[in-house]
Ligand binder design. Sequence first.
Ligand code: DHB
Ligand code: MG
Length: 241
Amino acid sequence: MTGQDQWTAVDKYYGDLLVAPDAALDAALRDSAAAGLPSIHIAPNQGKFLNLLARSISAKKILEIGTLGGYSTIWLARALPANGRLITLEANPKHAEVARANLARAGVSDKAELILAPAIETLPRLERENRGPFDLIFIDADKPSTADYFDWAVKLSRPGTLIVVDNVVRKGAVADPNSADENVLGIRRFATALAADKRVTATAIQTVGSKGYDGFVLAVVNSQNQGLSVATPLDIARLLV
Ligand code: DHB
Ligand code: MG
């Protein structure tokens, strides 16, 4: 066995061992599929990975950009303490309706607020209304806008905020400079901006599994003295006094 069959088999092996069956999560996927939502949700082991990331930083405020049917939302909301809050942004009314029902059944509606509107309109509003800073931000929405969502994510952050971006590998197509795929072009625009972004320290990890070959970017928002590889004029002035 090789390739996709093997990746799926290994996800099943570890899924059976490490990801407990969960009625609300299973029902969320079932109802999402029944409602005709695209099957582009994260895998169970990836959901648990996000949950563990959130717990490992004791996240109390989480922002998700791209709700789809709320599957990742449930994983993230469950990582929150009783007074924790999650905001998830979704542009598609049908996705939002399915997600709201899935969040309610999972018992996380009191923690998770779904905002139905284009994220590019909601993000500046969240900033104006001082809804940040968030401790963890998960970006998993329309890929052409990823760079713009990431820029807003940093504005809604504090030093130490963890930002996770899904689908940054696209079956390896991200490394093809001749790709004309708008999603690949969107991720390449994001990657180029990320490389120049002094506000964060970032890496990219390729993944294989039941959802195919893709990957995540992980970025941590720097404090002012991190991420500067050269001395600024202010640093030099300080050294001279
Ligand atoms: C697509 C989007 C996703 O968020 C994902 O995880 C997989 C695929 C897509 O638009 O093709
Ligand atoms: Mg995704």
